[in-house]
Design a protein around this ligand. Structure first.
Ligand SMILES: NC(=O)c1ccc[n+]([C@@H]2O[C@H](COP(=O)([O-])OP(=O)(O)OC[C@H]3O[C@@H](n4cnc5c(N)ncnc54)[C@H](OP(=O)(O)O)[C@@H]3O)[C@@H](O)[C@H]2O)c1
Length: 288
């Protein structure tokens, strides 16, 4: 039995999709199992077992993990993330789980000023000391994050950033889910740390240029200073300060530490990763 924490999330939903046709029992977990059931029924996937689990409540985790031998977890970022993911690891160990698959992030140098990467570093340490088998997937920026630019593109035919023409890694969450499904369903693949990227980097001006071609109208990349972006994210986009800081920190670091593609997806899946170009074409309507 594979228990999935974050089954309503971007990667979790894609993972459920991948595991649907595999002959392995899956338990999809959510703090709101009714909502998850409703969603899966709407997708005609009522065969999946559904249970309640809240990472801030270890008793609920132990109930949810009963009978599971593997746990996949991709928790949304929050200032409680270290405490909650540590509780997942400890509860899994107490429940007889044998293998954990964690969605982490690139960790950079310990001194790098990216708070969320520091949280993942701490959680990975807990995982390492847990005595359980584990696999860590460290994806770079999700292509699906770009959907967040759509309202500004629709309103202003452009989007903002602070990175100029810095090349950045992007990875499609469906490739992350495919990688997770691979390590969950093939025992020989268990273990290890994989940094997941697409096969080429893109700068924001290049994305603007591709979108201009695909949407058949000019889309501009609008360069900002970090303080201006922080103000925009907190005041106009109403992001919590810790999250807005994360966006600024991660973009600032991309300019200092060059990003290069890895071959982890090819290594794990035996095929090339999905490309950003194909992603933008597939989802063109979301950016119109
Ligand atoms: N976005 C990026 O570019 C990027 C890049 C690298 C790494 N990452 C990492 O990816 C992870 C997020 O993955 P994602 O985007 O697939 O997730 P997501 O869409 O943010 O959703 C994660 C799920 O976490 C569940 N959750 C949150 N708090 C919970 C709690 N207390 N107990 C149980 N479940 C809880 C929620 O499920 P319910 O509401 O149903 O309970 C939610 O569906 C983060 O750790 C982030 O650091 C992201």
């Amino acid at each position: 039995m594979i228990a999935i924490i974050g089954a309503t999330g971007t990667i979790g939903q894609a993972l459920l999709e991948r595991l649907r046709d595999v002959d392995v029992p899956v338990r999809a977990l959510s703090r709101d199992p009714g909502k998850l059931r409703h969603r899966l029924e709407a997708q005609r996937r009522s065969a999946v077992e559904i249970a309640a689990a809240d990472a801030s409540d270890p008793d609920s985790l132990r109930r949810a993990f009963a009978g599971a031998d593997q746990v996949f977890f991709a928790l949304s970022n929050s200032p409680d993330q270290v405490k909650e993911e540590s509780a997942i690891i400890q509860s899994a160990a107490q429940s007889g789980v044998r293998h954990l698959v964690k969605i982490s992030s690139p960790l950079f140098e310990p001194s790098a000023p990216v708070a969320v990467a520091g949280w993942h570093r701490e959680i990975e340490k807990v995982l390492k000391n847990s005595g359980l088998d584990y696999t860590v997937l460290r994806p770079y920026a999700f292509m699906q994050n770009l959907f967040g630019l759509a309202p500004t593109i629709a309103a202003q035919n452009g989007f903002f950033g602070i990175m100029g023409d810095t090349p950045c890694n992007f990875v499609d969450c469906r490739d992350i889910a495919d990688a997770a499904a691979e390590v969950l369903t093939r025992p020989g693949r268990r273990g290890g740390i994989y940094t997941l990227t697409g096969s080429e980097t893109y700068s924001y001006p290049e994305i603007a240029s591709r979108l201009s071609e695909i949407l058949n109208r000019p889309i501009l990349y609008i360069h900002m200073e970090p303080a201006e972006l922080l103000h925009h994210l907190t005041e106009r986009a109403r992001m919590p300060l810790w999250l807005a800081n994360h966006v600024v920190e991660i973009q600032t670091l991309s300019m200092k530490v060059p990003e290069r593609p890895t071959d982890s997806i090819k290594q794990l899946l035996g095929r090339a990763p999905r490309t950003l170009d194909a992603f933008l074409q597939e989802y063109a309507d979301r950016f119109r």
